[in-house]
Ligand binder design. Structure first.
Ligand code: GTB
Length: 222
């Protein structure tokens, strides 16, 4: 009998808190899978089950996304995208030095650019009603503005960060697009255009529609 080939399984929020805007971190994995043409299944995790033993067995911090393929179970969106990129053509250059630089941009997106953007976003969601929120906001915005100015300077008129589109661009676009509605991003026309270029890729459009369908199917919160 031929071996059964099962598609990788991605865990996602059963009820996406961003209302299907593609800001949750499963989006970057979906996009990577679409870029390389790898079909996948999803397992919806309700909020009430995220910190329960079955999901903690997949993810020690009780978060999404996770990725299961065969006997391998992974967590951390960046590690999952790297795993996909290493096993399929299209997301990492074959030249060793260019590949190392693309992986460097993956780390830069997640370790250097995402933290200030995430801090600003979470403060806007969780701290808006605190008496010190308005006083804290300028420092949070300045941290984002500094990174964007540096990114804008580096990108210049280039289409992508380092030659052809890579997993570094994929992660950077998912990080920057959190600022889609922000004047902080609009202040840098080249960065806004970079994000728009990423979002115009057919694989992004397919991934966006797939994550959007989960929100459309979710029952409205009562
Ligand atoms: N470093 C990990 C990774 O990259 O995979 C971080 C994973 C993570 O933060 N997962 C979040 C999660 O599971 C979802 S993406 N949170 C539940 C919990 O911790 O209990 C973060 C996120 C949440 C909501 C929005 N939003 O509403 O726009 C955007 C992003």
């Amino acid at each position: 009998m031929p071996p059964t080939i099962t598609a990788p399984i991605l865990t996602i929020f059963a009820d996406p808190p961003d209302r299907g805007q593609g800001f949750v971190r499963d989006m970057r994995v979906r996009w990577a899978l679409e870029e390389v043409g790898q079909p996948y299944d999803v397992r919806l995790v309700p909020h009430a089950e995220m910190k329960q033993p079955p999901h903690l067995a997949r993810h020690p911090f009780g978060q999404i996304p996770t990725y299961e393929v065969g006997d391998l179970a992974l967590f951390e969106s960046g590690a999952i995208v790297l795993h996909i990129a290493e096993r399929h053509a299209g997301l990492l250059p074959t030249d060793a030095a260019a590949r190392a630089r693309a992986i460097t941009w993956m780390f830069a997106a997640l370790n250097t650019v995402e933290p200030p953007i995430g801090n600003l976003g979470m403060a806007r969601i969780l701290e808006r009603d605190q008496p010190w929120f308005e006083a804290r906001l300028p420092a949070l915005e300045n941290a984002v503005a500094t990174r964007l100015a540096q990114m804008s300077q580096h990108l210049g008129h280039a289409e992508w960060l380092d030659g052809a589109f890579s997993a570094g661009d994929l992660l950077m676009v998912t990080v920057l697009r959190r600022l889609a509605a922000s004047p902080l991003l609009a202040a840098h026309a080249n960065l806004a255009a970079y994000v728009a270029r990423g979002e115009a890729r057919p694989a992004f459009i397919r991934a966006f529609a797939a994550q959007r369908a989960v929100f459309d199917a979710a029952p409205p919160k009562g």
